[in-house]
Design a protein around this ligand. Structure first.
Ligand code: DAH
Length: 346
């Protein structure tokens, strides 16, 4: 009996000391002290001993149980403390590691150019208006004095949505929408997307325009000249030459096209052998703005009396201005979202 007691003590103590986790400790507790554990069986065997040995052996068995229980408890605490320490060690954050880099966004070059254009007019007292991309025939054509058989309505140019509804082909309908709802004096610029069935290196089916107009009791062509000359010198260069050419638009009379001196060659060829500039095709001038005095017919459509009000209007293509400012030769670059292109701006 005392042999098996000794070996139980030694074996169990060794196993306790070498146990590495809670599960192992629980396992050996069951094997020693559980209902069918070795010590429990020894205790049960007491009754078979001679009566005079029972108290002494019983005492020894109880001491052993207390000893084992205490050692198991100690070991359990030790293992738990180690586990906790290990978990804490593994969870620590090394604050000396480099952080994640956040790529900073940039303003899209077209947005930047629109903002710049609008800002210049804002500085001259213009307010900003917007209109719907999906327009009706009346505002896009009819009220702008573009008759039914006008080539601008051609299926080739206009994206029709349904009968009578279309994607606006220019920002000019916002002139009509504004004048329908308000009275002069008006000084308004309209940035926005426009749509035409056209697609090559200099034409995109969706592009942007900035429209503008000024209406009051006594607006003259000289006001148009002053405003647009100031504008062009601001966006391009104070030194850039500006020229006004007679032209035609159904919604203005008289009409003009406004050119700036070519930003690439300034119209200058070093010698007769040198190639003509590709951008201005050797003319030395670039057409930038369509403009004119608002046609009396347009005023009648919005219920203004053409005898009492006058005004000018203008429209320009944003992509074209951006291409000239930044020497970009393909309009599609603006819409492909290639980061190598976009990162060069702002
Ligand atoms: N709407 C014309 C276009 O898209 C541009 C234009 C020309 C606008 C003359 C105007 C204007 O307001 O007066 O080609």
């Amino acid at each position: 009996m005392s042999d098996s007691l000794d070996s139980l003590r030694e074996e169990t103590l060794v196993r306790i000391d070498s146990s590495r986790n809670e599960a192992e400790i629980e396992q050996l507790r069951i094997e020693a002290l559980g209902r069918k554990g070795r010590l429990t069986l020894l205790l049960r065997g007491l009754k078979d001993l001679p009566a005079d040995e029972r108290p002494r052996v019983g005492e020894q068995l109880n001491q052993l149980r207390q000893l084992l229980e205490a050692r198991i408890e100690d070991r359990l605490e030790l293992v738990k403390a180690r586990d906790k320490e290990k978990a804490l060690r593994e969870e620590t954050i090394d604050i000396t590691l480099p952080g994640n880099r956040w790529e900073r966004g940039r303003i899209h070059p077209l947005t930047a150019v629109i903002d710049e254009i609008v800002d210049i007019f804002w500085g001259m007292g213009f307010e900003i208006a917007r209109g719907p991309d999906i327009e009706d025939d009346y505002h896009n054509f009819e009220a702008l004095n573009i008759p039914k058989d006008h080539p601008a309505r051609d299926m080739q140019d206009t994206f029709f949505v349904t009968d009578g509804r279309l994607l606006r082909t220019h920002t000019s309908p916002v002139q009509i929408r504004t004048m329908e709802n308000r009275q002069p004096p008006l000084q308004v610029v309209v940035p926005g997307a426009v749509y035409r069935h056209d697609d090559d290196a200099t034409h995109s089916p969706m592009f942007h325009q900035v429209e503008g107009f000024m209406v009051d009791g006594d607006i003259a062509f000289s006001d148009l000249k002053g405003v647009l000359t100031h504008f062009l010198k601001q966006v391009f260069s104070e030194k850039a030459g500006v020229r006004f050419r007679p032209s035609f638009f159904p919604f203005t009379e008289p009409s003009a096209e406004i050119d700036i001196q070519c930003v690439i060659c300034s119209g200058y060829r070093r010698n007769a052998q040198e190639q003509h500039c590709r951008v201005c095709k050797g003319s030395g001038w670039l057409e930038i703005i369509g403009a004119g005095m608002i046609d009396p017919q347009v005023f009648r459509f919005v219920g203004y009396d053409p005898e009492r009000v006058s005004g000018f209007a203008f429209g320009m293509g944003v992509e074209r201005i951006a291409m000239l400012k930044y020497s970009i030769d393909d309009i599609r670059l603006f819409f492909q979202n290639d980061l190598r292109f976009l990162r060069q701006f702002g």
